[in-house]
Design a protein around this ligand. Structure first.
Ligand SMILES: [Zn+2]
Length: 237
């Protein structure tokens, strides 16, 4: 460990490396450098990059506070709120909501490593979120379809990596089950957005006017989604 202007960093010298690389992982600062770069040069570089390093560290701290934490005393986004996660042991694995907390019961009696336990919690929560999404999103789409008179041919709920929903030219609508992490008003916005694509398969002015006619305040929901979407994913160790 080397120190420069109050910043401790780990220096890794690599034979094949041609350039210096700086990595920040929470409190750890790692510098990878070729053998022929003098230590003084590297220390000066770290000092020069102090502000940049601190900016990354504060962003990473914020992300830790707002992301799902699938561990004992962790937290999960559910209907737009970071909901406390309680882990218990029991005869049967199950997930339930009790007193505004998500309670995950693990059936094992063996002590698991943090990583294995985190993966088991993730698997149980994924299954439970999918079940909830199937019920709640289907019901919501039916309800919003009736109000807007925009009827999809069919509805599929599944996992997507980078989209909340989509609509194709056959009138099929697909929704991401992770919508269960969003506030209800934002879920409604996503559903209205996809239903409006049944009339306009683009993001034209006519499309947005149609969205606005059903949801005058849609911009606020869109903003919420933009500000939070990088936290709305499963995170394990
Ligand atoms: Zn769209």
């Amino acid at each position: 460990m080397t120190s420069s202007a109050g910043l401790n960093f780990q220096l890794l010298r690599c034979h094949r490396r041609k350039r210096i690389a700086l990595q920040v992982k929470n409190k750890d600062i790692i510098v990878k450098a070729p053998y022929d770069v003098p230590l003084q040069y590297i220390e000066n570089l770290v000092v020069l990059k102090k502000q940049w390093i601190e900016n990354i560290q504060s962003k990473q701290q914020l992300a830790i506070r707002y992301q799902n934490q699938l561990s004992r005393h962790g937290q999960v986004w559910f209907f737009g709120k970071l909901t406390p996660l309680i882990i218990k042991e029991g005869k049967r694995s199950l997930v339930a909501v009790e007193n505004n907390q998500i309670v995950v019961t693990l059936s094992t009696r063996k002590t698991l490593s943090d990583t294995t336990e985190s993966l088991r919690i993730k698997k149980l929560l994924e299954g439970w979120f999918k079940e909830q999404a199937e019920l709640i999103l289907t019901d919501k789409v039916t309800c919003v379809s009736r109000q807007t008179n925009l009827l999809p041919k069919n509805l599929h709920i599944r996992q997507y990596k980078s989209r909340w929903g989509c609509c194709d030219n056959r009138g099929h609508i697909k929704l991401n089950y992770l919508l269960m992490m969003l506030p209800e008003s934002v879920i409604d916005y996503v559903i209205i957005h996809e239903l409006c694509h049944l009339k306009f398969l683009n993001h034209s002015v006519d499309f947005w006017n149609l969205v606005e006619s059903f949801l005058p305040d849609y911009r606020a929901e869109k903003r919420w989604l933009k500000e939070h979407q990088h936290y709305l994913t499963w995170t394990t160790y």
